[in-house]
Structure formats: C-alpha cells, structure tokens
Design a protein around this ligand. Structure first.
Ligand code: HEC
Length: 176
C-alpha cells in the first residue's frame, strides 16, 4: 500500500466514525417510536395491568365498587367498601373534562397518586388495606388510568370505608 493510499484509508475510517457519532447523538434527541413512559400508555395495557394486579377482586369485575364490605378483616371494626372507579360523575371517579368543577373528580395525576401512594383527591390518606402499588411504572399506572377512563360509567353509590383511627364509623355515618 502506498502512503497516499494509507492516508486515504485512515481518512475514510475517521469519516465513518464521525458520521456514526453524529447520528447516534441525533437519535438521542428524536421522538421515541415505542416508549415505556406515560406517553406510551394504552387502554389495552391498562386492562392487562388491572387483571395482573387483581384490582377487580376488590373493586368488582365492572370496577363499579362493592356494595357489601370486604369479608374476613382481621380487625372487626374495619369495614372496607372498595369505591366505584368508573367515570360516573355522581358516584365514581368523575370526568376531568367536565365544565362543572364539581363533576371533575380525580385528575389523571391524582389518580396515579391514589394508586401508587394511597392519597385521595382531597389529599386524605386512604385506608392502608388499599395497597400502595408503589412499584408501578408511569407506563403501567397511566395505562390503568386510561383504562378506567374508558369504562362505561356505572351509577352506584358506595359507602365510605371505616378503618380506625384513620377513618371512623362516625365519619361514615355523617358522610353524604
Ligand atoms: C384488597 C382490596 C383492594 C385491591 C386489590 C385494590 N383496591 Fe383500590 N381500594 C380498596 C379500598 C378498600 C379502597 C377505599 C379506601 C378508602 O376509602 O380509604 C380503595 C380505593 C381506591 C382508589 C381511590 C378511589 C376513591 O374514590 O377515592 C383507587 C383509585 C383505587 N382503589 C384503585 C385501585 C387499583 C387501580 C387497583 C389495582 C391496581 C386497586 N385499587 C386494588 C381496595 C382495594
């Protein structure tokens, strides 16, 4: 190989490396085609996650809550009524797009917080028997949110749960 040819080969190698480095850095800034975050959430994945996490065993197959308390609580004072998670504005999670603020209920972010951290939309702690699904990714929790929003609204009023000292029987009786 002549020296001219060697210089050419070396230059060509640098050119290829340069182009590769350039294209990989521009890929990093491009919009993902398949994501694993909130932007990729789907109703179908939400349905799958709800099944895997067994939410319907407490909230009902139609997710409209339980009108009878959950059986077999170790503490006899505890009465758990898993709430209605359908979009019904009077008895369920509400509709965040409703023009009437009283009918909006949970926002998507507050719903994700309830599921992962156990606070309701008034910043009150939920009974701890509603497990905190703290390990859920944004993808999973916002897929569940999408799925719940897609359900047909069911008008079914659910009693307030009792789990002293957090939520008392008196509060249940005084609740509207
Ligand atoms: C062991 C039964 C049980 C399971 C399983 C369960 N929940 Fe609950 N959930 C409850 C109870 C009971 C409450 C009410 C707690 C309270 O009122 O303090 C509740 C409350 C909630 C709330 C708050 C609703 C409101 O009106 O304030 C949301 C949201 C929720 N659950 C979503 C889920 C999702 C999503 C799953 C599955 C990933 C799930 N839950 C699994 C029992 C359960």
């Amino acid at each position: 190989m002549s020296w001219q040819r060697s210089v050419f080969v070396v230059a060509a190698v640098f050119a290829v490396v340069g182009v590769t480095a350039c294209s990989s850095s521009s890929d990093g800034g491009a919009a993902p085609t398949t994501g694993t975050g909130r932007e990729a959430a789907t109703v179908a994945k939400g349905l799958e996650a709800v099944g895997k996490r067994k939410c319907p065993t407490c909230h009902g197959d139609n997710m409209a809550g339980a009108t009878k308390p959950l059986a077999d609580q170790p503490d006899v004072r505890v009465e758990l009524y898993p709430p209605n998670l359908t979009p019904d504005v009077a008895t369920g999670l509400g509709d965040p797009t409703n023009p009437d603020p009283a009918k909006r209920g949970y926002t998507d972010d507050l719903l994700a917080r309830a599921i992962r951290e156990g606070y309701d939309n008034n910043d009150q702690t939920l009974c701890p028997q509603m497990k905190h699904f703290a390990d859920m990714t944004d993808f999973e929790v916002y897929s569940i949110v999408k799925y719940l929003r897609s359900l047909p609204p069911v008008n079914q009023k659910i009693l307030r749960s009792v789990c002293p000292p957090l939520k008392t029987k008196e509060e249940q009786q005084a609740a509207p």
